[in-house]
Design a protein around this ligand. Structure first.
Ligand code: HSE
Length: 404
């Protein structure tokens, strides 16, 4: 029997405890041994809960118990998650985490410690909730040069945008509902400002490149500026707006990576990814495009991915499984060099304004019947070029990058 400890009895931690109990027999068969939950570390008490007798408040109990071989970190945030996880790895314990902030900020160091101590630092649940994506990249796509990863990686914002798009909800009402359903982070800023997606695309890019990615170098824009009017325009031309995280190889050394609301057409593979679901498109140079789709957030889907990591650790209890990335740095291209089409809302009348918009290309006028504004979609331009032209034009209400 392998003993496990869970740190943090919140949404994910309680889901892990529940799955370990409910799927006991399946898990034992897959892991080749029984997995017994010994401790649950939390500041709170949980009287009447199934783990009532396992609750502890002192981390050193886990750290110093040689019987505990695998530790689940489901506390979120960096402190005390980082020192606790580091201490567990240094003590020769495997760690499975759902914490993308931790993996994006300290993954390089924690992977290195795990390698040196012949244990594993696994983080399948940190990206895409229950969708298998980390292990497919590290095991199934190893013969590929991964040219592009583009994903809807945040369930909360996808839920919000879907409600705004399909049901005309306000941003605030949709956010509240997402929080009630347990999708949103405690601080919704991490979701709506794109920080959560930024960390996830940084992790995926590092996995694909085998090199460290500094998430702070990834241009990140959230969805707080997207309005119902934007969706009316998008619908008029058969498009929708999705928050995407994307990284694309530019050459052998550099990748373009960004997080932003993108207007996409019905033909785009990510168009159909709605509600809390995530979709991740991975393009390999031989394989072509593959799509990974499923529940990107929520208690049991995310906990299921953590449990898979526990099983993987149990199967490799005496060795480090080669995965992750080195400390070599992946170069990220400046945002100014990336190219998009731009959806542009402009105040005024088309006959008066169109001559002034000539440098955006021959844009077709898009109207939703508002007397005081219209929209166009520009030709493909670099960010630098677009900014230069846009700075010289008065009356631009809003721009959203678009892919046609
Ligand atoms: N808040 C995150 C989301 C949770 O909505 O996708 C899963 O990482």
């Amino acid at each position: 029997m392998m003993k496990a400890a869970v740190m943090g009895y919140g949404t994910i931690g309680s889901g892990v405890a529940e799955i370990l109990e409910k799927n006991k027999a399946v898990i034992e068969k897959a892991a080749g041994q029984e997995i017994g939950l010994k401790y649950v570390l939390d500041l709170r008490e949980f009287p009447g809960s199934p783990v009532e007798d396992k609750i502890i408040h002192d981390f050193s109990v886990i750290e110093q118990d040689p019987e505990v071989q695998i530790v689940v970190e489901a506390m979120g945030g960096l402190n005390p998650a980082y020192p606790f996880v580091k201490a567990c790895l240094l003590a020769g314990k495997h760690v499975a985490t759902s914490n993308k902030a931790l993996v994006a900020a300290y993954g390089t160091e924690l992977l290195e410690i795990a390698r040196n101590h012949k244990v594993n630092f696994f983080f399948e649940a940190s990206v895409g909730g229950g969708i298998p994506i980390i292990r497919p990249i590290s095991t199934c796509l190893t013969g590929e040069k991964i040219e592009e990863i583009t994903g809807i990686l945040n369930g909360t914002t996808n839920f919000i945008l879907t409600k705004m798009d399909k049901e005309g909800w306000s941003f605030d009402a949709a956010l509240k509902e997402a929080q009630n359903l347990g999708y949103a982070e405690q601080n919704p800023e991490a979701d709506v400002e794109g920080h959560d997606t930024c960390r996830k695309i940084a992790i995926l890019t590092a996995m694909a490149a085998g090199m460290e990615v500094n998430y702070e170098e990834i241009y990140t824009e959230g969805i707080t500026q997207i309005s119902d009017t934007d969706f009316q325009y998008a619908e008029k031309i058969g498009m929708s707006v999705k928050l995407v995280g994307s990284s694309k190889c530019r050459d052998d050394k550099t990748v373009s990576a960004y997080v932003l609301p993108l207007m996409i057409s019905r033909e785009h593979p990510l168009y159909m990814v709605s509600d809390v679901y995530n979709g991740i498109l991975v393009k390999g140079n031989m394989l072509g495009t593959t799509m990974y789709y499923g529940s990107g957030a929520g208690k049991l889907p995310t906990a299921s991915a953590v449990v898979a990591d526990i099983i993987e650790a149990a199967k490799h209890s005496d060795e480090n499984v080669a995965m992750g990335w080195s400390s070599q740095k992946q170069k990220i291209a400046p945002m100014e060099k990336n190219e998009f089409h731009y959806f542009i809302r402009i105040s005024g009348q088309p006959n008066e304004m169109l001559p002034k918009l000539a440098e955006f290309g021959p844009g077709e006028v898009i109207s939703i019947g508002r007397p005081d504004e219209f929209a166009v979609i520009s030709k493909k331009m670099s960010e630098a070029e677009f900014k230069k032209v846009a700075a010289g034009i008065e009356g631009i209400i809003k721009t959203i990058r678009a892919e046609r």
